[in-house]
Design a protein around this ligand. Structure first.
Ligand code: NDP
Length: 249
């Protein structure tokens, strides 16, 4: 399916690496004007070289005031991808206040804050919009062999994101703003390599997937683009599992 986002402006968080970076490239290639938001300026510089004309905003989305300042004047946005997140792996009894707060601030609170900024603009302009929250299959299930991942605050942030997505869809629907999530299994980005660093564990984990594989970045990006587009015009408050069948097992 060839999607066109011509004439639309999209904002992608966590745009420097992995899924966010490839989402920016795909949106740019499909005609959208893209605002790339991330924390490391060097990533924005290299991305702007690959995608001439994109706008770049460098900010730590875990910092509420800095985010307000950086994005407060962002201007009209039609499509939003809340993708930035951190994985701070700790067994349950070792989780600290700092890692809990950092995880929730970056992975969940920033979704609320960035969405508020963008949605205010959509409602003021009276235009429809589509928001995709990049969640995870750990919103729904634990990895038995990966207990440090799921017991780390990350799984909790993604579980909470499910309800935030539904609540946003409920409240924003009358404004013709759709809100959905994508929920991938492991994707071998920097983050995915970190959580599946042990080769034996990665092998066992792959075997538990009916398709005997992890997801590719491209698979996740395709689902994000579908949910952003009018091809999913009647879908809101929902999520697409990109999990190689894991939840069926
Ligand atoms: P990566 O770690 O490869 O990339 C994450 C991007 O987000 C980086 O550019 C990073 O910037 C940016 N980012 C992180 N924290 C902040 C912050 N505080 N402010 C601004 N930008 C920030 O991750 P992925 O591409 O793998 O993950 C993307 C999304 O997919 C996440 O929501 C993740 O939870 C989800 N996901 C990933 C899976 C996987 O296995 N990879 C599985 C399931 C879900 P910097 O590097 O400069 O910190």
């Amino acid at each position: 399916m060839k999607l066109s986002f011509s004439g639309l402006r999209a904002l992608v968080t966590g745009a420097g690496k992995g899924i966010g970076r490839d989402t920016v490239k795909a949106l740019h290639a499909s005609g959208a004007k893209v605002v790339a938001v991330t924390r490391t300026n060097a990533d924005l510089v290299s991305l702007a070289r690959e995608c001439p004309g994109i706008e770049s905003i460098c900010v730590d989305l875990g910092d509420w005031e800095a985010t307000e300042q950086a994005l407060g004047g962002v201007g009209p946005v039609d499509l939003l991808v809340n993708n930035a997140a951190v994985v701070l792996t700790q067994p349950f009894l070792d989780i600290t206040k700092e890692s809990f707060d950092r995880s929730f601030n970056v992975n969940l609170r920033s979704v609320l804050q960035v969405s508020q900024i963008v949605v205010r603009g959509m409602i003021n302009r009276g235009v429809p919009g589509s928001i995709v929250n990049v969640s995870s299959m750990v919103a729904h299930v634990t990895f038995p062999e990966l207990t440090t991942y799921t017991l780390s605050p990350t799984g909790s942030t993604k579980g909470a994101m499910t309800m935030l997505t539904k609540a946003m869809a409920m409240e924003l629907g009358p404004h013709k703003i759709r809100v959905n999530s994508v929920n991938p299994t492991v994707v071998l980005t920097d983050m995915g390599k970190k959580v599946s660093a042990d080769p034996e564990l990665a092998r066992k984990l792959k075997e538990r997937h009916p398709l005997r594989k992890f997801a590719e970045v491209e698979d996740v990006v395709n689902s994000i683009l579908f949910l952003l587009s009018d091809s999913s015009a009647s879908t809101s408050g929902s999520g697409i599992l990109v999990d190689a069948g894991y939840l069926a097992s």
